[in-house]
Design a protein around this ligand. Structure first.
Ligand code: SF4
Ligand code: SF4
Length: 225
């Protein structure tokens, strides 16, 4: 299970600045158990955003938003409503945010997808199916809001935080040419979103104490205590 904690409201509002019409996606799996992104927390976030003057276009809580097989049947019928949003806020783990982003792309939509939670620990795992793609290393300081919902910690072979290593050729990673360079993907998506200037922002080294394993998390009301 992926454990998540709530981002501070100010951080969420900063990520959602300029987006009036918002779609909310929670997760009825791990985030529900963590009391950070189930239907109740999605409804509470909707009320909070309405207080801030936003319009809520839809609310959805797939059974497992990090799982395409579970998320797609819930989100696909909402395509038209997604089209009507300015941005989508996901109350789920880093994997859920990226699956939501992947699905919007699959539906032919191009919407900013933002995260309302920090993933803080891969506390348990059930392996099913035949292939799994790693999406998130639960670093405890999620930077997806600044990287177009593509995680460089996980998808860059060197986990670089401030742009590419310079070894990429034709969009592929120098460490594994069978894979796309994460930073080429991030740059292209940021450029298409009109957010490429944000890449000039320096991302400070992570506080690796938050990721040191094994972790025992003390959580109060959805936040690290
Ligand atoms: S930055 Fe990456 S590894 Fe860290 S929480 Fe976000 S998706 Fe996960
Ligand atoms: S080529 Fe891209 S993905 Fe590969 S290590 Fe360098 S920056 Fe990271």
């Amino acid at each position: 299970m992926i454990a998540t904690t709530k981002k501070l409201l100010d951080e969420i509002l900063e990520a959602m600045a300029g987006f009036q019409k918002v779609g909310l996606v929670g997760c009825d799996g791990c985030a529900k158990v963590c009391m950070t992104g189930g239907a109740d927390e999605v409804a509470a976030m909707a009320q909070e955003l309405k207080k801030q003057g936003k319009d809520i276009v839809f609310e959805a809580t797939p059974e497992r938003t990090c799982n395409v097989v579970k998320a797609h049947p819930v989100l696909e019928p909402l395509k038209d409503k997604m089209q009507d949003t300015d941005a989508i806020l996901v109350l789920g783990c880093g994997g859920a945010v990226q699956v939501a982003r992947q699905l919007t792309e699959q539906y032919g939509l191009f919407k900013p997808v933002k995260s309302g939670l920090d993933s803080v620990g891969h506390m348990d795992m059930v392996v099913a199916g035949q292939v799994a793609l790693e999406q998130c290393q639960e670093c405890g300081e999620c930077i997806l809001n600044d990287t177009a919902a593509i995680c460089p910690v996980t998808k860059c072979a060197k986990s670089l935080l401030n742009g590419p290593c310079g070894g990429s050729e034709e969009g592929k990673c120098e460490a594994d040419p069978s894979r796309d360079c994460a930073w080429v993907l991030i740059y292209n998506r940021m450029k298409a979103l009109g957010e490429v200037e944000k890449l000039k922002k320096f991302v400070a080294p992570k506080d690796y104490r938050k990721a040191a394993k094994p972790r025992t998390l003390y959580i109060k009301e959805g936040r690290l205590a």
